[in-house]
Design a protein around this ligand. Sequence first.
Ligand SMILES: Nc1ncnc2c1ncn2[C@@H]1O[C@H](COP(=O)(O)OP(=O)(O)O)[C@@H](O)[C@H]1O
Ligand SMILES: [Mg+2]
Length: 291
Amino acid sequence: MARGPHWSRSVVMTSIRYEVYAYGACRYSEGRIDLGRVIAIANQKGGVGKTTTAINLGASLAIAERNTLVIDCDPQGNATSGFGLRKDGDVPSVYDCLVNGQPLQAAVRPEVHFPCLSVVSASRDLTGAEVELIDRSDRQRILGRKIEALRDDFEYILIDSPPSLGLLTLNALAAADAVLIPIQCEFYALEGLSQLLNTVRLVQRSINPGLEIEGVLLTMYDSRLNLAKQVAAEAREYFGGKVFDTMIPRNIRLAEAPSFGEPIALYDVLSSGARGYLSLARELIDRHGSS
Ligand SMILES: Nc1ncnc2c1ncn2[C@@H]1O[C@H](COP(=O)(O)OP(=O)(O)O)[C@@H](O)[C@H]1O
Ligand SMILES: [Mg+2]
């Protein structure tokens, strides 16, 4: 174990800062930042790394001192529990905002693990939201409208979405400036992507003309496998420069961290998974930090 009970929180934070500086993702090295960039993390396939990316990219941006909000828009609430938060606590959840008309501000939980990290949690009743909203004519735009009210409070707003192209994912895409698409480096990785890209085009044509593709993220990359290399090469051929340079390695520590309710940077900052997400955060900041 790289981290034992004798490790105090301040030792962990110091070693995180050291790693972050080593990666150059610290505030002083950057220029301008687009305020309130909303990024939906979407892929209708399950198990491709959406939630892992929402948690750990969010945490890595916060470590780099970017004021970041992660919104858990998946009824499974894996991002919520992965941050160590309760799914059915007293704090309003994204369900209360979408269905019960609560402002998103009421659901924001500040300082989750890091001073710059806020989270809006999901609760189990979110499962029913798609049905409950069916008669609302503005049903695809509710989240987007709620986010507008606090867009300027954050530098990055990440939305974790469920493994479907249903109403919750549509709300996320309608609310977003850009979509980040994680792809698992395995067989059939690119299958189904045309469906996702069609949905993105549909959203661009109807409700959100400004929606961009932030990038395609290769996840669970194992450099020892030819198959992973093939998938990476195919993705780069298909998406060109839209594929992030950073590839997230397959790393067991990333799979373990959620059961401790911690982002990987707290659970094991020296792991390859932590380095991967810190490097992804830096890539994102580099894109939006220079004007
Ligand atoms: N890079 C990785 N290395 C190892 N395990 C991973 C990695 N990324 C995700 N996992 C694990 O794979 C499973 C699916 O990931 P998850 O982020 O929940 O996918 P999704 O949200 O797309 O369904 C989870 O058990 C997660 O812990
Ligand atoms: Mg998920």
